[in-house]
Write a protein that binds this ligand. Structure first.
Ligand SMILES: Nc1nc2c(c(=O)[nH]1)N[C@H]1C(S)=C(S)[C@@H](COP(=O)(O)OP(=O)(O)OC[C@H]3O[C@@H](n4cnc5c(=O)[nH]c(N)nc54)[C@H](O)[C@@H]3O)O[C@H]1N2
Ligand SMILES: Nc1nc2c(c(=O)[nH]1)N[C@H]1C(S)=C(S)[C@@H](COP(=O)(O)OP(=O)(O)OC[C@H]3O[C@@H](n4cnc5c(=O)[nH]c(N)nc54)[C@H](O)[C@@H]3O)O[C@H]1N2
Ligand code: SF4
Ligand SMILES: [Mo]
Length: 739
């Protein structure tokens, strides 16, 4: 499982000369929105990858102004010359013949008809306004993404909330990172993942909880493989994943028993005397209450809940107690759960109580999912006001109105509904117009049967995507063709807070436009273009975002411009202006909280905890298996709209939906390897090919999220604080020999 992409990347020569032209400064041709061919760069361009939040640097090799190949950037501090299959193949999905090339409007007879941009934007404005006129200003909503540039999502959020009078909007970041966002905000005072990737190399104990980086963040895993300290690697995952196999210790805890295990671990560590009193007294609040709270979490209690034996728990505690530099890493096995915020905070509590934070190789570290989920957490103007501000706070509203030069009265004071509340709003007739940007909700949202039924009730559904044939776009009344990663410029913020640059290295097909251009045109069509006069280009927008970030924990005002990002290999926030002005340059790797000061008002981190609760749906006689879902292979990205368009990537992944079943369960039910199986939940059913494997425990099954059927089974259940869906726990039955 320790396959390294390094060898492959090293065999490829790094690019030679610098970019001959600066695309960022090239204005688009007004008529087409396209870049003039004569101004495209001729040799190479550097850009960060547009799939996962590892944020690897790639080099595009150009011929006649367009990219013909990509290699991994050896100088980029993230990936050091490595890339995973998706990175290497990132150009292929852009060249697919089924890219959208023109806006499409649904006719009364149901057919989609090509129209031009002026008609499309006019239709958008007319019909959204009609919905608002009939059902109220807040009867329109958008669902967006962590996969477009920060400048684009910022413009979208400002256009919708300040220009169109909308309120309710959210993004797929809710499905992904909402838990980490809320957990950090409560515990640290700001949504601030503290680490830098060097920490993966500097820990002597790494604890991965609900995280499968071998598949989901392969290049972060490569950084672990470079760790020279012979680290202990602990994986807490019900499945024996690729990561679990490569680890030194695997704890196959029962699904959703994490909170109990982590409280038990805290109790045992305290008993062993590894509480760092000096750190906790100086920099935290609430340790004593927390230590008292965990007293009942005895070994017996933990063993009962998790299925882990006393000896295993003891080994886990001893390994952590013996570590000098202990880091905790978590991903969706934590974030997607019915008590996910408290589970994430249980990891934060462990780091705080032992003082394992702010030093090399430590930290309570949430790994981000999508390439720009961190950008959406800070700048999308959805849950938090743009720049990590608070809609409810008068000073924040004043600052935003001043920087954006917009009247304060147009900034809403209320909070937006979360994704699930928007969906309920559609059910209740409160939301009638929906705009879906760069997410494929009809596949990825939980309890899909219900969701897709609701989509069909909308008076106006607009989908803005690379492809007109995604599960969601196929239902649209209006489809807007977007340019993708590699066809536009802007920034992404990766998992370690690094702001990285994306450059256009090819033209979008046909009349497809960048999301930035589309939002600009829609603003004009709406009649609120005057609010966005300063947003003349993504780089101009970046300058505005810098101003908004000033004084915030995510301050990036010291980043001069895109060229600085390119030259420095990205810059991690914070990088405030005085430092930049003083001529100092940001170090390649920086972590937070070295001084023990957190972002709360008193500078102290907080302990949050609550009693564990059972999942909403448990197995029973009719539905005896727990369904786990997640990433299947490193070659597949989410709903496959992009990765399935590469022959190379398709060849690296199983075709069609499959379900992983423990051989003992299969034998009991008479299910043969590779046979068809019906998987059923209270909400729906699907057919899948049976993969018999001991990597899933008895009583559990696993289905990758990449196949469109999977969310027919999942249960609408959410963490109460983050409202993130619990995608990884519901009850299903299996039936052999489906047709
Ligand atoms: N190849 C590829 N890479 C990706 C993506 C992709 O689609 N494809 N998507 C990106 C995105 S947006 C994200 S959010 C990340 C997700 O990255 P990960 O979270 O690492 O991936 P998942 O497979 O969703 O879930 C991780 C693990 O959680 C485990 N798990 C399930 N239930 C529990 C539980 O109750 N407790 C514990 N401890 N573990 C549990 C699952 O068995 C699974 O192995 O990946 C990113 N990277
Ligand atoms: N059962 C189950 N379901 C899950 C999960 C799970 O673990 N289990 N994980 C959840 C998580 S963590 C996530 S992040 C979501 C992901 O779910 P989605 O966001 O729905 O998945 P994607 O396939 O990434 O969809 C992105 C869409 O944007 C389009 N696109 C790409 N680039 C651009 C662009 O630049 N501009 C525009 N306009 N469009 C673009 C793509 O073609 C695609 O249709 O799925 C969630 N759903
Ligand atoms: S690890 Fe993530 S960022 Fe790096 S090449 Fe693969 S998909 Fe792209
Ligand atoms: Mo995600």
């Amino acid at each position: 499982m320790r396959f390294s992409w390094t060898d492959l990347s090293l065999s490829l020569r790094r690019h030679t000369g610098p970019m001959t032209e600066e695309l960022a400064l090239v204005p688009a041709n007004d008529a087409t929105g396209l870049l003039p061919a004569s101004r495209l760069p001729q040799t190479t361009a550097r850009l960060v990858c547009g799939f996962c939040a590892t944020g690897c640097g790639l080099t595009a090799h150009l011929q006649d102004g367009r990219a013909v190949n990509l290699t991994a950037d050896e100088d980029y501090p993230v990936n050091l010359g490595m890339a995973c299959p998706k990175g290497w193949e990132a150009l292929t999905p852009l060249a697919s013949p089924d890219r959208g090339t023109t806006p499409l409007l649904r006719r009364p007879n149901g057919a989609m008809m090509p129209i031009d941009w002026p008609h499309a934007t006019a239709e958008f404005a007319r019909r959204m306004r009609e919905v608002q006129a009939r059902h109220g200003l807040h009867s329109i909503a958008f669902l967006s993404t962590g996969q477009i540039c920060t400048e684009e999502m910022a413009l979208l959020g400002c256009l919708f909330k300040f220009g169109m009078g909308g309120l309710h909007c959210d993004s797929n970041t809710r499905q992904c990172m909402a838990t980490a966002h809320v957990a950090y905000k409560q515990s640290f005072g700001f949504d601030a993942p503290p680490y830098t990737y060097a920490d993966l190399e500097e820990s002597d104990v790494l604890v991965f909880v609900g995280s499968n980086p071998c598949i989901a963040h392969p290049i972060m895993w490569q950084r672990v493989m470079r760790n020279a300290h012979r680290p202990e690697i602990l994986v807490l995952d019900p499945r024996t994943t690729e990561t679990a196999m490569a680890a030194t210790q695997h704890y196959a805890l029962r699904p959703k028993s994490d909170l109990t295990v982590l409280y038990g671990l805290a109790r045992r560590l305290a008993e062993m005397g590894v509480v760092n009193r000096a750190f906790a007294d100086a920099h935290t609040t609430g340790l004593d209450a927390f230590l008292e709270f965990v007293q009942p979490f005895t070994v017996e209690k933990v063993a009962r809940a998790s299925g882990l034996g006393a000896a295993q728990l003891e080994r886990m505690a001893r390994t952590i107690a013996g570590g000098k530099r202990v880091s905790y890493w978590w991903t969706m096995g934590v974030n997607q759960g019915h008590e996910s915020t408290r589970t994430a905070q249980a990891l934060i509590n462990l780091a705080l109580m032992t003082g394992q934070i702010g030093r090399p190789g430590t930290g309570a570290n949430s790994i981000t999912g999508q390439c720009n989920a961190m950008g959406s957490r800070l700048y999308s103007n959805v849950t938090s006001m743009i720049g990590g501000h608070d809609f409810a706070h008068p000073n924040d509203r004043r600052k935003v109105s001043e920087v954006l030069e917009i009247p304060r009265r147009i900034i809403p004071e209320q909070k937006s509904w979360a994704y699930d509340q928007i969906v309920d709003g559609i059910r209740d007739g409160q939301i009638r117009g929906l705009w879906v940007v760069a997410t494929n909700s009809a596949h990825s949202w939980i309890n899909q049967g219900r969701f897709n039924g609701l989509l069909d009730q909308l008076e106006f559904l607009v989908v803005q995507d690379l492809y007109p044939n995604t599960e969601t776009a196929r239902r649209a009344h209006l489809y807007l063709p977007a340019a993708g990663w590699g066809e536009k410029e802007g920034t992404f913020i990766n998992s370690e807070r690094r702001i990285g640059l994306v450059r256009p290295v090819k033209r979008p097909p046909g009349e497809a436009l960048t999301d930035f251009d589309i939002f600009g045109r829609l603003a004009e069509a709406w009649g609120c273009g005057h609010l966005f006069r300063k947003w003349t280009s993504p780089e101009a927008a970046f300058q505005i975002l810098k101003d908004l970030s000033r004084g915030q924990p995510c301050d990036m005002s010291g980043i001069r411009d895109y060229d600085m990002l390119e030259a420095r290999g990205g810059v991690q926030w914070p990088w405030p202006e005085p430092a930049g002005d003083a001529g100092s340059e940001p170090a390649r790797e920086r972590r937070l909280f070295a001084d023990g000061r957190f972002f709360t008002e008193d500078g102290r981190a907080r302990f949050f905890f609550s009693a564990p609760r059972p999942p909403e749906e448990n197995v029973d006689h009719h539905y005896p298996f727990v369904l786990l879902t997640g990433r299947g292979t490193s070659a597949q990205w989410h709903t496959l709209t992009r990765t399935d368009r590469s022959d190379v990537l398709r060849a690296l992944a199983p075709r069609g939906c499959y379900v992983e079943i423990n051989p003992a369960d299969a034998a009991r039910l008479g299910i043969r390897a590779q046979s068809r199986v019906r998987v059923q939940s209270r909400r729906g059913s699907l057919e899948a090919t049976a993969y018999l494997t001991p990597t899933v425990a008895e009583g559990q099954v696993f289905i990758p999220m990449h196949y469109p059927e999977v969310n027919q089974l999942t249960l609408s259940c959410f963490d109460p604080y983050s409202r993130q869906p619990s995608y990884k726990h519901c009850a299903v039955s299996l039936e052999a020999g489906a047709a």
